[in-house]
Ligand binder design. Structure first.
Ligand SMILES: [Fe+2]
Length: 394
């Protein structure tokens, strides 16, 4: 009898599941943004209003209409299937260095609850008729001078986010860096969208590569794992190396700031082991021929090195990473975290052989790099130049 009741309940649940009507069309909810950009590849990421299959069509920036011919399609594939999801990451490959590519996003809702997936409703696409298509340029190691803009510690403040990104298109840097703590808490994807990515999407992110350095606040909350879902990297961790123009960049994760056993982490923290793994990775990354031969070397890490022993996380980063960064011949490190500007000369932090620029939570840093110098301008939310630094590269 019990078995019969169980079977009837299972049947009713199945009928109910299939009776539920799925949305028939999906639109862009947030994005797109472009991460993991190299000379030959990039990943386009966006979220949709409902679960759907997403794909990207790509066209060269040759002045032709997007409708001039059928454009190649790129999908996100997993184990032989196009992915159906609300978060899309489509990797474009076989691109040329320093080349602008136009692209268009497509979405098709699919009912994949049964054995045979069924396309639903109509296909939606980003507009390439009444507005210019999205367009982004690949990186280029042969470029003589490069530029980027860095903001950090936005903590979800839209007015500051807008003030520093509204002119990205006018200033036209090669890429934009988020140096951590863009939100205070990673509850869900919604927090990331509302906190800064909706604004980023309006102001620049469809058209400029994004480099996102994880801060300590991005590791807080049940949605912390969404970081790599929304901002995937080539290494599968937030730490990686990329090259552009004369510079090699080290993007370094930092972990949390207190001891793993702190009451604040409720027994979930394992940052000691994680930082050790990161140091092992860094040791090998700085030994690569590609990194060693770059004329300019820049490290990006949210938490800066301090002069005196302080909080556990800072101390451990200094113990594990600073000797390796010295050995790597870093020319400058860019950080945030402290919510106050400081410029720390080489040698001023008990052991740093390179300067560290710590940007405040209210300003941005605009950087230009060629093979002989790094120019860094710290600019406030009104556009006023606050500090200017030039580092000569030997
Ligand atoms: Fe921080």
């Amino acid at each position: 009898m019990k078995r019969l009741i169980f079977l009837m309940m299972a049947l009713l649940m199945t009928i109910n599941l299939f009776a539920e009507e799925l949305p028939k069309t999906a639109n862009i909810k947030c994005g797109p943004w472009v991460v993991g950009v190299t000379e030959n590849e990039m990943t386009i990421v966006w979220t949709s209003t409902s679960r759907c299959m997403g794909w990207v069509e790509v066209a060269p920036d040759d002045g032709t209409s997007f409708y001039a011919e059928e454009r190649p399609r790129y999908y996100e594939d997993l184990m032989g299937r196009h992915v159906v999801s609300q978060v899309h990451h489509v990797r474009l490959t076989n691109l040329k260095p320093g080349t602008v590519y136009r692209y268009r996003l497509f979405q098709q809702c699919i009912d994949d609850r049964g054995h045979s997936p069924i396309p639903l409703g109509r296909v939606t696409a980003s507009d390439v008729y009444s507005r210019k298509p999205f367009a982004v340029c690949t990186l280029d190691k042969s470029k003589e001078e490069i530029s980027f803009t860095m903001i950090n510690d936005i903590h979800g403040r839209d007015s500051i986010m807008n003030a520093h990104t509204k002119d990205v298109r006018a200033n036209n840097p090669d890429f934009v860096v988020f140096n951590g703590d863009m939100v205070s808490f990673m509850g869900s994807i919604d927090d990331i969208e509302k906190g800064f990515m909706t604004r980023a999407s309006k102001n620049f992110s469809p058209d400029y590569p994004l480099v996102y350095v994880r801060g300590n606040h991005e590791s807080r909350g049940p949605g912390y794992g969404e970081f790599l879902n929304l901002f995937p990297t080539s290494t599968g961790t937030p730490s990686y190396v990329f090259k552009h123009g004369p510079a090699a960049f080290l993007v370094l994760d930092c972990g949390e700031d207190k001891p793993d056993s702190d009451i604040e982490y409720g027994g979930t923290a394992a940052y000691d082991a994680y930082r050790e793994q990161m140091a092992a990775w860094l040791k090998q990354a700085i030994e690569s021929e590609e990194f060693k031969t770059a004329p300019v070397k820049i490290a990006l890490m949210h938490i800066p090195f301090e002069k005196e022993a302080g909080w556990w996380g800072n101390n451990e980063l200094k113990r594990l990473l600073l000797p390796l960064l010295n050995e790597a011949g870093i020319d400058v490190m860019l950080s945030g975290h402290n919510h106050a500007y400081s410029f720390r000369k080489a040698g001023s932090m008990n052991g740093n052989e390179f300067p560290i620029l710590v940007n405040s939570n209210n300003d941005r840093v605009e950087v230009k790099v060629n093979k002989s110098e790094i120019r860094m301008n710290v600019i406030d939310a009104t556009g006023k130049l606050l500090h200017e630094h030039v580092i000569k590269v030997e």
